[in-house]
Design a protein around this ligand. Structure first.
Ligand code: G6P
Ligand code: MG
Length: 217
């Protein structure tokens, strides 16, 4: 069997979406407007630059290039103040069971994340050394829904796209996986992620039988 697995990070392995939301919301509030949970859904999987561009559009705010850079830095500083407090307890329920099963069965797995903070988060939660390859926002130039991040991960795993299984919580990420011709497994609501090949509310709903099935297929 030559199947491999690629995991998104934020919203799949850890629930950092709540921290991103708090930090973006503070930025918006400081600029004189607010953002909703619904809008936050559109920010999932989206790179830092693209996220700020979207938020500024929603707030109808225009910034100079220097102010834009400053706001990005402030947002990240605020976000990292939450990341700082993370530990193993933040690994979402059911994730470890799946990673352990893959390791026991010699199925290689990689990270495919838009986040430039992915390495620091993986270290915080003690999973850094478990990934065969880590591809993050520092390694790619095209943001999800562009498939680049997953194609680079496949390359590092020396796997063909058709043999890759991707776990994603964002609409942009599911699209990226589909565009890469990989099997896409959505983690979240069926409403949001209907473009995925399979959708589960979270990893506690994913059985080892299901993992075995997709690895053999
Ligand atoms: C992930 C998250 C996004 C975040 C992006 C960039 O895709 O879902 O909410 O904006 O990564 O993260 P970074 O940590 O580099 O700001
Ligand atoms: Mg995500």
């Amino acid at each position: 069997n030559n199947r491999v697995v690629i995991f998104d990070l934020d919203g799949v392995i850890v629930d950092t979406a709540k921290f991103h939301f708090l930090a973006w919301r503070k930025l918006a509030n400081d600029l004189g407007f607010d953002i909703t949970e619904e809008q936050n859904e559109e920010l999932k999987g989206v790179s830092r630059v693209h996220s700020l561009n979207k938020i500024l559009k929603w707030g109808e705010v225009e910034l100079t290039e220097a102010e834009f850079q400053k706001q990005m830095a402030l947002k990240n500083e605020n976000y990292l103040s939450y990341v700082e407090k993370m530990d193993q307890e933040e690994i979402l329920p059911g994730v470890t069971k799946v990673l352990d099963h893959l390791t026991e069965n010699n199925v290689p797995f990689a990270l495919g994340s838009a986040s430039k903070n992915a390495p620091v988060i993986l270290k915080k939660i003690g999973l850094y050394d478990r990934f065969e390859a880590i591809v993050d926002g520092n390694d790619v130039s095209k943001a999800k829904p562009d498939p680049e991040v997953f194609l680079v991960a496949a390359d590092k795993l020396r796997a063909s796209a058709a043999n890759c299984i991707v776990f994603e919580d964002s609409v942009a990420g599911v699209r990226a996986a589909n565009r890469a011709n990989m099997l896409s497994i959505g983690i979240g609501s069926r409403n949001n992620l209907h473009e995925a090949d399979y959708v589960f509310p979270d990893f506690t709903e994913i059985s080892i039988e299901f993992i075995e099935k997709i690895l053999r297929n």
